[in-house]
Design a protein around this ligand. Structure first.
Ligand code: FEO
Length: 175
């Protein structure tokens, strides 16, 4: 049986992950319309990952005989001024998700909910990876600058990151 306080915050986390998935989907669609194929692929994949993060929590709660609440979905922002703006928003969003995971972890530890504490370790590692990846993209964007072909080069950089991720996923599947 799940601790009542951790259950409340796990349900809040379902909503956060679901909203992140919807936001990434809106970003992917925006990028696709701009012809930024690399960025669109990155965000479509990211949206699927966030959905998987949400699903993991739903299954965990139910497995622990709790009640997972499926949240109301917030409508994500549909238009962006620039790809630079978009990645800055993403970075802030990921930092908020990390803070929420840390808060949830502190609660589970304070409540001696050892199972949830263990469950959350995966999310801590995942957030570290995601934040680091987005920082890499922001660094690349800064280096490329805002010259005439900057969008082309930014999209190429993101496409390289997609290929790298795909390779890492294959490697993980083989392990
Ligand atoms: Fe699952 Fe990137 O938050």
């Amino acid at each position: 049986m799940l601790n009542i306080k951790t259950l409340e915050f796990l349900n809040k986390q379902i909503a956060l992950e679901g909203n992140a998935s919807a936001t990434y989907l809106a970003m992917a669609s925006w990028c696709e319309r701009q012809g930024l194929k690399g960025c669109a692929t990155f965000f479509y994949d990211q949206s699927s990952e966030e959905r998987m993060h949400m699903m993991k929590i739903i299954h965990y709660i139910n497995e622990m005989d709790g009640h997972a609440i499926i949240p109301h979905q917030e409508k994500p922002k549909a238009d962006y001024d620039s790809i630079q703006e978009l990645f800055k928003i993403v970075y802030e969003q990921e930092k908020e998700v990390t803070a929420a995971i840390y808060n949830l972890l502190s609660i589970s530890q304070a409540e001696n909910d050892h199972s949830t504490t263990l469950f959350l370790q995966w999310y801590v590692a995942e957030q570290r990876e995601e934040e680091s990846q987005i920082r890499d993209i922001l660094d690349a964007i800064k280096l490329i600058g805002t010259g005439g072909q900057s969008l082309f080069f930014i999209d190429q950089e993101v496409a390289k990151i997609n290929a790298q991720k795909e390779e890492e996923d294959l490697f993980e599947d083989e392990e």
